[in-house]
Design a protein around this ligand. Structure first.
Ligand code: HEM
Length: 491
C-alpha cells in the first residue's frame, strides 16, 4: 500500500512539474521577458500573501524591464501582459479597442456590478450610454447650484471647527454631500450635523485594509471563482442602508408632480421600466463621485496647502476670473480656470488614484516584438489579461522628470506637455472606456478650490506628521497619517 501511494505521488509530482514547467515556458517561447514565476501562484504569490501591493508589484515589473514595451507575467499558470510603452497603450486602449473591449473584473454583488467599468461589451455599451446622459455639460450645469450650497455649508462648518480640520474629513463630507444632492436630490447636511450618511455606507462596505486587499487581488486574478463564492471585489455587499436610501429617493420622486430632469429622475424612470438595476446606477455614482473623487480631493488639498507658490498662483487665477466673469461658480468661469485644471491633473498624476487599468483581450491580437528591432511580433489570444500600470508610468522620470515634485506646470506649460508622449498621463484612463465622470470630478474639485482660495490662506497644521505613509491598499490610495489643514481667513 505504502509503495503504491509513493509511486502514485511520484508520478503525480513528475507530471505536475512537467505541466507547470510547460505552462511557464509560454513567454520564453515567444521571446517575451518575464519575472521568474513561483511554483503554483506564478507571479502573484506576494500579493496574495500580503507581502506586496499590486501597485508596488506593477512598479517593480515596470522598472525592471526598461527598454521593453511590454512584459509577460503569470497569473498562477495563466499568462498575462503588463504594458509599458505609452504608444502601445494608445494602440490597445484607443485604436484597437475592438480587441480589448472588456475589463477583467466580475463583481459578485448584483448591485455593485451595475458599473460600466465592470461589465462586458454589450452590457457596457448600454450602461455607458445611459450614464453619460446624466453627466453631460447641461446636466452638470444644473448641479452647480447644489455644489454651491454645499460650499456655503462647508464655510460655516470651518468656522465652527475653529478653522482647523482634517483633509479627509473635509473631502469626504464635501464629495458625499455633493453626491447626495447632485445624484439623489437629497440634502446630505453632513457639514451641519457632523455625520455623513455616505461615509457610514462606505464604512459598512469596507473591510480592514489587508482583508480588503486580499479580496481585490482575488477579484482581479480569480474573477470567476470570486463570483461563484459571492466574494465581492469591493469589500462587503452593498448595505441595506444604501438600498433604503435610494428606495426613499425614488418613492419621493414618484409622489412628486414636479418634472425634475436630474439623476434621481433617471433612477425613478429606471425603476418604472421594472428594472431593479436602479440601485446599481445609484451605487455607480456613489463609488466614483464620492469615494474616488474624495481621495483625489484629499491629495489636492494637501498639495495646494503645502506648496505656497502654487496656492498663490491659483488664487490669482481665481481672483482674475471673479473680476472677468463676475462669479467663480458658473460653468464657464470654472472652465476658464486652466491653472486649477493643471493642479488637479498633477495631483492625479503624483497621487494616482486609480493605480492601474485592466483589460481583457476579446479578439486575438498581434503585439509588436517586445523590444524594437529585436525578436518577432507576438500573438496574444482572446481571454489574455492586460494591465496598464498607470502609477508606475506617472512616476517614470523619462516622462515626468523629478517625478516626486508637485509641479502643475507639467500640465500648464505647452512645451513641457509636448515633450512627452500624450498617453504618459492616464489619470482618467483613455479610449472609449475613459472615465465618464471626469467633468463632474473636475467641476466639484474646482468649486471647493475656488471657495477655499478666495476665503482663506491654507496652511499645514503642526499636528500633521510627515511622512504620511500609505495604507496597504491594492486599488485606491489613502494616506495613513492625518493631514490637518488650517484655514486662515483672508480679509
Ligand atoms: C478624480 C476623480 C476620478 C478619477 C481619478 C477617475 C479615474 C478613472 C479611471 C482611471 C478610470 C478607468 C478608465 C479606463 O479603464 O480607461 C475610470 C473609469 C470610470 N469612471 Fe472615473 N474617475 C474619477 C471620478 C469619477 C466620477 C466622479 C465618476 C462618476 C460620477 C466616474 C465614473 C467612472 C466610470 C463609470 C468609469 C468606467 C468607464 C467605462 O468602463 O466605460 N469617475 N475613472
Amino acid at each position: 500500500m505504502f509503495v503504491t501511494i509513493s509511486i502514485l505521488l511520484l508520478i503525480f509530482t513528475i507530471f505536475y512539474t512537467w505541466y507547470v514547467k510547460k505552462k511557464y515556458s509560454y513567454w520564453e517561447e515567444r521571446g517575451v521577458p518575464n519575472p521568474k514565476p513561483s511554483l503554483i501562484l506564478g507571479n502573484i504569490g506576494k500579493m496574495i500573501t500580503w507581502q506586496r501591493t499590486l501597485t508596488d508589484f506593477f512598479k517593480d515589473v515596470y522598472r525592471e524591464y526598461e527598454g521593453y514595451s511590454y512584459v509577460g507575467i503569470y497569473n498562477c499558470l495563466t499568462p498575462a501582459v503588463v504594458l509599458r510603452d505609452p504608444d502601445l497603450i494608445s494602440d490597445l486602449l484607443i485604436r484597437n479597442f475592438d480587441s480589448f473591449t472588456d475589463t477583467m473584473i466580475e463583481i459578485a454583488d448584483p448591485i455593485a456590478s451595475i458599473h460600466p467599468g465592470f461589465v462586458e461589451r454589450d452590457r457596457w455599451k448600454t450602461l455607458r450610454r445611459e450614464m453619460v446622459g446624466n453627466l453631460t455639460k447641461t446636466k452638470i450645469k444644473g448641479m452647480l447650484v447644489h455644489i454651491e450650497k454645499v460650499c456655503e455649508e462647508m464655510l460655516e462648518y470651518l468656522k465652527r471647527k475653529n478653522y482647523c480640520v482634517k483633509a479627509t474629513d473635509l473631502s469626504f463630507k464635501f464629495t458625499g454631500d455633493n453626491v447626495m444632492a447632485c445624484a439623489y436630490g437629497l440634502d446630505g447636511k453632513s457639514f451641519i450635523t457632523g455625520t455623513s450618511l455616505m461615509e457610514q455606507i462606505r464604512d459598512e462596505m469596507s473591510m480592514s485594509t489587508k482583508i480588503g486587499s486580499l479580496f481585490h487581488t482575488s477579484g482581479l486574478f480569480f474573477p470567476k471563482l470570486c463570483k461563484l463564492f459571492q466574494i465581492s471585489y469591493l469589500g462587503k455587499q452593498v448595505p441595506d442602508k444604501f438600498k433604503e436610501l435610494i428606495a426613499m429617493v425614488v418613492t419621493y420622486r414618484e409622489d412628486s408632480t414636479y418634472a425634475y430632469n436630474d439623476f434621481a429622475n433617471f433612477l425613478k424612470e429606471s425603476k418604472q421600466k421594472n428594472d431593479d438595476n436602479y440601485f446599481g446606477y445609484a451605487m455607480s455614482f456613489f463609488l466614483d463621485g464620492f469615494e474616488t473623487s474624495g481621495y483625489a480631493l484629499i491629495y489636492t488639498l494637501l498639495e495646494v496647502t503645502r506648496n505656497p507658490i502654487v496656492q498663490e498662483t491659483a488664487r490669482k487665477e481665481v481672483e482674475v476670473t471673479l473680476k472677468t466673469h463676475n462669479t467663480v461658480h458658473s460653468y464657464e468661469a470654472l472652465k476658464s480656470m486652466v491653472y486649477l485644471d493643471s493642479i488637479i491633473h498633477e495631483t492625479v498624476r503624483k497621487h494616482t488614484v486609480i493605480k492601474f487599468i485592466n483589460r481583457k483581450c476579446t479578439k486575438d491580437f498581434v503585439l509588436p516584438a517586445p523590444r524594437a528591432g529585436h525578436g518577432k511580433p507576438v500573438t496574444i489570444t482572446k481571454g489574455t489579461h492586460i494591465f496598464v500600470p498607470i502609477e508606475a508610468i506617472h512616476r517614470d522620470e523619462k516622462y515626468f522628470p523629478n517625478s516626486s515634485k508637485f509641479d502643475p506646470n507639467r500640465f500648464f506649460d505647452e512645451h513641457i506637455m509636448e515633450s512627452r508622449p500624450k498617453n504618459a498621463y492616464l489619470g482618467f484612463g483613455d479610449g472609449p472606456r475613459v472615465c465618464l465622470g471626469k467633468k463632474f470630478a473636475v467641476v466639484q474639485m474646482k468649486m471647493i478650490l475656488v471657495t477655499l482660495l478666495l476665503n482663506f490662506t491654507l496652511k499645514i497644521h503642526e499636528k500633521t506628521v510627515f511622512p504620511l505613509g500609505k495604507e496597504f491598499y491594492h486599488l485606491s490610495k489613502s494616506p495613513k497619517g492625518d493631514i490637518w489643514i488650517e484655514f486662515l481667513p483672508r480679509s
